[in-house]
Design a protein around this ligand. Sequence first.
Ligand SMILES: *Cc1c(COP(=O)(O)O)cnc(C)c1O
Length: 388
Amino acid sequence: MFPDWAEQLRAREQQGLRRFRQVVESPQASHITINGHDYLAFSSNDYLGLANHPDLIKSVEEGARHYGVGAGASHLIHGHSAAHHILEESLAQFAGFPKALLFSTGYMANIGVVTALVGREDAIFADKLNHASLNDAALLSRAKFIRFPHLDLTALEQRLADSNARRKLVISDAVFSMEGDIAPVKQLTALCEKYHALLLLDDAHGFGVLGRQGRGSLFVADSDVVHSPSVVYMATLGKAAGVFGAFVAAQADVIETLIQSARSYIYTTATPPLLSHALLTSLKLIEQEEWRREALLQNIAQLKNDLLSSCWKLLPSSTPIQPLLIGESHEAVRVSQALHERGILVPAIRPPTVPQGKARLRISLSAAHQPNDILRLTQALNELAPHS
Ligand SMILES: *Cc1c(COP(=O)(O)O)cnc(C)c1O
């Protein structure tokens, strides 16, 4: 019998869990066009406002003239261009590691790293709120998959101490994608060193945003010292960097191992070299334009301040991910739709992306937002407050 997809889809709809795609007709920016209407958007990961930057567009044109469009082959079969190679060297230096390796996406990077580094006789220790790609990677690796409560390092240490696995890999988001909170990178690294474990740190939301010159979560305050050989650093290039792709930075042996055996690196076409060429420009803007991070911080402060006296409660977060906890999926959808009617886009995040009863609006801020944009959002939220 053919499975009854229709019934499953109806059930999903009744639970308020059906997702819809909207067709965006403009470039990604703080204001986007859908169905000919202009919307103020708090829904992208373009934290620095680079996705539509004229210098990046120019670099893409230049890259296309120089390298053509398609890479034409995988990295190991003559698809690895000078543009990819130069970018890898720049990323390694920027992130503070001996070597770096480009992947097509962050999803593929996580799959590749985890499956290349651990297998059946090994154990993975993962924060419960890690990104889906890390969980999928763990399952695919066939290693023992041990999850610990969110940010609970005492529980993690217990599990590490109890394990007699051949290799131990601790996996954590550096900035949690649905909470916006930050992992204690320094303490995590120290724990990993103590128990001879490797730490895979997913900095998809920290790279470009956090740390000195946007170098990411390893460069926050006094944690400059955490470039331990135990750390494998991963970041995406489609979020703050405004382009597409991802990279892994680590010790030379780790990177060489990935080149030899990360299947999501080997068995896929290299990304268009013009993207790597554009990313060199992006990296320069990230490094040099401190004002973007300052504007972002100001927007975060303004949002928090404007909502202080309202009945809405933001989760504790100092990053551009500012989740507004609502609870029930239907209610999250109601508020999101009411904002939509007012020309403001804030996605409702529902199970299974977050636990049952923890539906939320995920407000993503960008350096491209103006103070007036934030004001418009908080005023609309105040009008929609359930108890007013
Ligand atoms: C977005 C994201 C990824 C996936 O990166 P893509 O390049 O979009 O595939 C991985 N990890 C985290 C934490 C993310 O937020």
